[in-house]
Design a protein around this ligand. Sequence first.
Ligand SMILES: Cc1cc2nc3c(=O)[nH]c(=O)nc-3n(C[C@H](O)[C@H](O)[C@H](O)COP(=O)(O)OP(=O)(O)OC[C@H]3O[C@@H](n4cnc5c(N)ncnc54)[C@H](O)[C@@H]3O)c2cc1C
Length: 464
Amino acid sequence: MIPNNSPWIKQLNRTRPVVPLDKNVRADVAIVGGGIAGVVTAFFTLRDTDKTVVLLEASKVAHGATGHNAGQLASYFERPIWELVEEFGRELVIEGQRSVESAWILLDQIVAEAKIKTPSYKFTGYAGLSSFDQVVRHLKNNRYRVDHDLLPEAIMLAEHWDRLADIPQEFKDLYTVAPQADLLKLLETNNTDYIASLSYQKGCMNSALFVEELVGYLLATYKDRFSLYEGSPVKTVTLAQDSAELEVLIHTVECARVVLCTNGFEHFTIKNTAGPDIDTNFHHLVNGRIGYMSGYIQPLDQPPVAISYFPKTNELSADPTGESYFYLTRRPHEHEGKNSYNLVCTGGPEKVLPNGAEYIREDACSDDSKNAIHEFLRSSYAKHPGEEVEYSFCWHGLMGYTPNGVRCIGPEPCNKVLLYNLGCNGVGILPSLFGGLRISRFLKGEHVEPSIFDPHDQRVELGI
Ligand SMILES: Cc1cc2nc3c(=O)[nH]c(=O)nc-3n(C[C@H](O)[C@H](O)[C@H](O)COP(=O)(O)OP(=O)(O)OC[C@H]3O[C@@H](n4cnc5c(N)ncnc54)[C@H](O)[C@@H]3O)c2cc1C
């Protein structure tokens, strides 16, 4: 059995003791969840308002999805833009995409203001496509990007691909044609199934290390306005007209606003004494999916990169209607006290967490997933060292998927005392930064423009 062993957690080297809530406390704002969403929400709230903030984390800061992800910095939705446009309309979607892209700057701001030392790398990322449908789907997406002044993807198609002539005329200005060998080189593969490559801005960082450093900065900078309690699971959130009370261990937290940054809605009940019931089936609409990853160490002889591979078949996905893919990152990594290594991480396999089932972080890694990743790398990643490779890391983490594939950021329509910044939908690092800033604007009392991230009224959602 291989334990859940994440390289990001291993790098933490934390010395801060876990301090659980040991008394009743009051704060203007209670944030539930100490992942990147909760800690960044605390950062912007403390920076941009004069409010007191208490952060409550059930286990340890950054040990949730933030410590068990692929660590890719990416600023796209997992759903195609044109599909979102059909649901939300053009303006809101374009603005939503711009908001997610604004997180690149927010990350730089946080790093500069909090003097974060965690390295982050920015580079061109690539994706390999292997079917006509995938190519058309991405071209259609690019049409929206180009027509609405969003950052376009550079798309290259193989010149001898037998479906080249079938690409609809409306997309002709959106791609270039090149020898297949050129695009296979970008994709670092010898697998000739790949007939198209996309390039787009990407990056990577250890989001757990970033969060651990950021929370240290908040504790040091806002001694009189910020407190953190770990090992402090919230059991109940009781909402009144203008306040909330949280039940945590044997104590209570009284606050004016409460922000859920829990990734999903797990492990607690919400009682709304000042409006319609919120603790209904609605919570089960955020679906859990377990993502599995493996990583191995290599000499530091290649630059950092992020490459996604969309194979011909869709066997990997937890969602058979969705696009499934393997994603690989390579980045410098400190190993055995030396900086002369790269870490190559690959993920792809996912499993749906059945409704009501509990995700157990301590569960062993699945052999099936490990074998699937190994088989993929062996057959498709040209720089893979082969059978003798030793995977130093093997890990899994929980992702929260909202029904519409869009992060949920903002006040609960049934009681505005409660706010959300959650639902990663696969890509959650940069969106949670933007979410943190947006939440701080609500807390400040600003007029915040409507967006695709606004929480839906559960009564409409459930048809009641
Ligand atoms: C395998 C995998 C790969 C991924 N790859 C990428 C990627 O490459 N790029 C990307 O952008 N995103 C990726 N993601 C998603 C990304 O990691 C997440 O969106 C992001 O880390 C989520 O941060 P969060 O703060 O919302 O959630 P988390 O980090 O999960 O934090 C939520 C916290 O809430 C706490 N909590 C829950 N319930 C309670 C309670 N009742 N009381 C107190 N605390 C509670 C949990 O203990 C947890 O620490 C990936 C995720 C996984 C699992």
